[in-house]
Write a protein that binds this ligand. Structure first.
Ligand code: ADP
Length: 578
């Protein structure tokens, strides 16, 4: 936590200095007031000296103004500092999260990243704000208060010691129990978010399988756990304040009792006793504030740890130190003995894959579900890095390439295309912000999307949920086309299209992508039978590479796939679907 604070508070050191200076003024003023008050009573009121009352009253007024001004100023600087700190921290977490590869993303999970960047940051921010209010004033008041009180009357000093020790012990005991509870609370919030998010995302599945009661019970459980922890925290909070005030009032009564005796003995004046009481309250208040700080400390420390974990995680896909920024070739992808193992998995899902996709040619990848097709093409834009072997784009290892250059060469249509909230146009311009309307319409035409798009400004919901799966795929194809990349990657992009639309889209693409390297992952043989080369994947290994005709004659795996789909076609099916 200290490291986090040091790094993110550094830009605001001026504000921090302001907080300290203003708090110093404020606490000095508060410490001065009771003794002034005592003088007024003892030297002015008791002696009926109006001159003293007026002049001391004037000084008191001035000191009070200084105190109020200091307090307001310190709070202003503190809030500004804490809020700016929170903003920078959120930005830091966001920047880090966005650099993560799929590996780190799946390690944290989206719900936890969201909690960390909202609730956790807020906890630390709260600590900073609270610290800004009391960091200087509490210790200063505690020490200063004791000194000033002793100046008024050393005879009653044992009372202060007793009160501070009792109060400290009580609050300390309660605080110690609250630390672990706060840590549990952060975990509860994480779980609650995760369950809720999963349920909202999978709502249709839940309904379709009538899992509502089970899911409701699951949410209920998470909710109850959270409430239980929160109540346990609340119960301690609840005991805290009455106990604190009880001790405070009790010690005031004690001061008055013993003080009265001292006045009767003539060792103390009335004004001094009043001042003594004020100092006692000030001291106990600052003890309470400090322990409260200790109380939110553990919670903020837990939150800071969780934030730090995100900030310290390096993406496993690191951009090169000296990236290649010039490329001689255009639109070529080559796999050389590539192997890939998912983190934590025992066996590689891809092994010894070598082939070359050339410009102007279409390379198809076919294989059973789970044979590693998606994994293979995810290595091209470096969503993951190969565990062994090399992936080359335009003759350069992708790990050596400037990431922006690499991505600018690739137009990818993912298996599950994601559309952003906005309009059709804003989504299509994602890869080329300055594309003209004509370019957009042309891309939509090729992707066979003009039949359902009549207005470029039509709204698109987050995730593209207001269009059908097939429409979303066609919009994603159009989006890749607008960019005019040198390498097209279609990951099962035609599966949600009916056979006729599939054929029309491919016919349109052929002219458009004549110069580019096209890599098509497909399930349907009909989608890829005209490809220049077909790579047949079988359990992550290349079982054969060739044209449709060649593979039918020479590759058993491919022949089987063709046969199974042919048989289905005869019975009226439209091919194997994902
Ligand atoms: P395909 O696209 O051919 O259907 P994939 O490349 O999606 O196949 O998956 C290949 C294998 O890798 C599957 O056995 C799958 O279980 C595994 N796999 C896919 N994604 C992950 C992941 N994120 N973590 C671990 N294993 C994965």
């Amino acid at each position: 936590m200290i490291r986090l604070l040091r790094k993110y508070l550094k830009p605001y050191w001026v504000l921090l200095l302001g907080v300290i200076a203003l708090q110093l003024t404020q606490s000095m003023a508060s410490l001065f007031l009771p003794s002034l008050n005592a003088s007024i009573i003892d030297d002015g009121v008791a002696k009926q000296d109006f001159g003293v009352i007026w002049s001391l009253g004037g000084i008191m007024l001035a000191v009070s103004v200084a105190q109020v001004a200091g307090q307001i100023g310190a709070t202003w600087c503190g809030s500004r500092m804490a809020m700016s700190f929170g903003r920078d921290l959120r930005q830091g977490v966001f920047d880090r999260a966005i650099s993560f590869s799929n590996k780190e993303m799946s390690r944290f999970g989206a719900p936890s990243l969201i909690t960390r960047n909202t609730n956790d940051v807020q906890q630390v921010q709260q600590l900073v704000q609270m610290a800004a209010v009391i960091i200087v004033s509490a210790p200063l008041t505690m020490v200063g208060g004791v000194i000033m009180a002793l100046r008024e009357d050393p005879g009653l000093s044992w009372l202060i010691v007793v009160a501070v020790v009792v109060l400290g012990a009580v609050i300390g005991a309660l605080t110690a129990q609250m630390g672990p509870l706060f840590a549990a609370m952060q975990r509860n919030i994480d779980t609650l978010n995760r369950v809720l998010r999963e349920q909202i995302t999978g709502l249709r599945v839940i309904r379709a399988f009538t899992r509502e009661p089970t899911e409701a019970a699951r949410f209920d459980q998470a909710n109850r756990d959270f409430v239980k922890t929160a109540l346990a925290v609340g119960a301690r909070m609840m005991t805290l304040f009455p106990t604190v005030f009880f001790i405070m009032n009790l010690s005031q009564v004690a001061v008055m009792w013993f003080g009265a005796h001292r006045i009767a003995e003539g060792g103390l004046q009335v004004g001094q006793l009043t001042a003594y009481l004020s100092y006692l309250v000030q001291i106990l208040m600052s003890v309470m504030m400090s322990t409260m700080m200790l109380m939110i400390g553990p919670r903020a420390a837990v939150a800071a740890g969780r934030i730090q974990e995100v900030l310290e995680t390096e993406s496993s896909v690191v951009p090169p130190a000296n990236p290649v920024t010039e490329l001689a070739k255009h639109g070529e992808v080559e796999f050389q003995g590539v192997e890939f193992t998912y983190p934590g998995a025992a066996e590689p899902v891809i092994s010894d894959v070598s082939f070359k996709a050339e410009p102007g040619k279409t390379t198809a990848i076919i294989g059973a579900t789970g044979s590693g097709k998606t994994t293979l093409i995810n290595l091209i834009p470096r969503l993951y890095d190969a565990s062994a072997g090399t992936v080359l784009v335009d003759g350069v290892d992708v790990r050596q390439l400037d990431p922006d250059l690499l991505w600018s060469r690739i137009g990818i249509v993912p298996q599950k295309p994601y559309l952003f909230s906005g309009t059709i146009a804003s989504n299509l311009r994602l890869g080329k912000p300055d594309a003209s309307d004509d370019e957009l319409w042309r891309a939509l035409e090729i992707a066979q999307a003009t039949e359902f798009v009549t207005d470029l400004e039509a709204p698109v919901a987050q995730g593209g949920t207001n269009v059908s799966g097939g429409q979303r795929q066609r919009l994603a194809i159009a989006r890749a086309l607008v960019r005019k990349p040198e390498i097209y990657i279609f990951d099962d992009s035609f599966s949600a299209l009916d056979v006729a639309t599939d054929a029309r889209v491919r016919a349109g693409l052929e002219a458009e992508t004549a110069e580019a390297a096209v890599i098509v992952v497909a399930q349907r043989v009909s989608t890829i039978r005209d490809a220049d080369q077909i790579v047949v994947l079988d359990e992550g290994r290349v079982s054969g590479i060739g044209t449709h005709e060649w593979l039918v004659a020479n590759n058993e795996t491919y022949a089987e796939i063709v046969e199974s789909q042919f048989a289905e076609d005869e019975t009226g099916g439209s091919g194997v679907s994902a």
